[in-house]
Design a protein around this ligand. Structure first.
Ligand code: MN
Length: 426
């Protein structure tokens, strides 16, 4: 999905349209189905929506419907365009309607044709393309497909965040082991598994070429902390980045982890997004980057954004990742919010009414107490020279819109880790 948004985002941005993509939490990360067909349908629908929206938004949503393993997934593409008259809608969606011409005309798909193809592909996958629309009020195309969650499939959907990285993960529980393997492999990593501390040490002495070792604190023979201690006291292994999965009910474990210079601790049960983010931060920065859901829970993020949909999506994303979120619609409100509570990082839209992101950043930097708070700018217009202008104003780093969720979370974790390190060193 994010790949699609990357491709079509440029098209939307060049027209000044916001393209949003939102995958609801209940949707399994990988489902079995026909990715090529699904991709084609979404490209057609999103492309159409962008084409017929002069200004405003195109919002793509994926959500699970029904319960659990039944696996029906609903896709919807909403635009704020001119809308479609009922008669026309009927013609587009009428299953008795004209078949798409075959052969060369496929190369020049007009609106009707793109939608006809989408309608037929949806039907082939066992769904029905539907439309809610009214002239001047925009349109929503939607369909539901039976897509059972897949165990290990759809290589096309694998990410590349951890491509080329090698992990060793130790967990006594076979289900947990497989889960960790799947999560990391989905991000492109190579994963070896062990079920105990002794086996882990043996494996490492045999072959220490791993980017990171992930240990459950509870292991049958030699527990996770003792295994970590052995790794830290062995000359060949002492530098290995370590991630420990600990219980929130054992506060001593956190302290032991710090003493052992464990690079990140994660609180069980492990959330997939937190695990991938944490190990990514560890292998790229080497720092105590994630600090687990604990650290995320302690951080308050100020989101400054005037677009209501963008604001809602950012807030939801950050809350799900464990952050506390406060919001502001313009620069002045941002400054007021900061007067009222301490914030740990700021996501700053640049184009804002009243006081824009550049001016607000300048004001924030003028205040000594706020001079070092990480500020991540979000901008739809990455013009030449813009980055320099933002940096000059005091922004730490920039993200271009539409904002990629993984990129945003990674950047935020990195900025917060950097800030924590600075505070620790001071
Ligand atoms: Mn804006």
């Amino acid at each position: 999905m994010e790949g699609l948004v990357d491709i079509l985002g440029g098209q939307a941005t060049s027209k000044g349209i916001h393209l949003f993509c939102h995958v609801n939490p209940g949707v399994p990360p990988v489902v079995s189905g026909d990715p090529q067909r699904l991709r084609q349908v979404l490209i057609n629908l999103i492309g159409n929506a962008i084409k017929f929206t002069a200004a405003g938004e195109v919002d793509v949503r994926v959500s699970a419907t029904g319960e659990g393993q039944a696996g029906r997934i609903r896709f919807s593409v909403r635009d704020t365009g001119q809308g479609i008259a009922p008669e026309q809608a009927e013609r587009i969606l009428d299953s008795q309607g004209p078949a798409p011409p075959s052969g060369r005309s496929r190369r020049h798909p007009g609106v009707g044709l793109g939608l006809t193809i989408a309608r037929q592909l949806v039907a082939l996958m066992g769904g029905q393309l539907q439309l809610e629309s009214a002239p001047e009020a925009g349109s929503t195309f939607y369909f539901e497909l039976p897509l059972p969650p897949s165990e290990r499939k759809a290589i096309e959907m694998q990410g590349t965040l951890l491509a080329g990285r090698r992990f060793l993960a130790a967990d006594e529980n076979a289900t947990n082991r497989q889960l960790i393997r799947e999560l990391l492999e989905q991000s492109g990593a190579e994963v070896e598994l062990t079920s105990g501390g002794v086996e882990t040490i043996r494996n490492l002495l045999d072959d220490p070429a791993y980017d990171c070792v992930i240990l459950n604190s509870i292991l049958p023979d030699l527990d996770g902390l003792s295994t970590a201690a052995m790794i830290r006291s062995n000359r060949t292994l002492e530098q290995l980045p370590l991630v420990l999965m600990i219980s929130s009910s054992e506060p001593d474990e956190v302290q032991r982890c710090e003493e052992l210079k464990v690079n990140a601790t994660l609180t069980k049960p492990i959330r997939r997004d937190v695990l991938v983010r944490a190990v990514h931060a560890v292998v790229t920065s080497g720092g105590f980057a994630e600090g687990g859901a604990r650290a995320a829970g302690e951080a308050t993020i100020l989101v400054v954004e005037d677009n209501e949909v963008n604001l809602r999506l950012a807030r939801e994303l950050l809350r799900r990742a464990g952050y506390t979120v406060v919001t502001a619609r313009d620069g002045k409100e941002a400054l007021r919010q900061m007067d009222q509570q301490a914030v740990d990082a700021i996501l700053m839209d640049i184009q804002l009414p009243d006081m824009d992101g550049i001016e607000a950043t300048g004001r924030i930097r003028e205040t000594p107490a706020w001079a070092e708070i990480p500020i991540i700018a979000m901008t739809a217009h990455a013009m030449k020279g813009d980055a320099e202008r933002f940096l000059e104003a005091g922004v730490d780093t920039c993200l271009s819109k539409p904002v990629n969720q993984t990129a945003l979370l990674n950047m935020l974790a990195r900025e917060l880790a950097r800030r924590r390190e600075e505070l620790g060193a001071a």
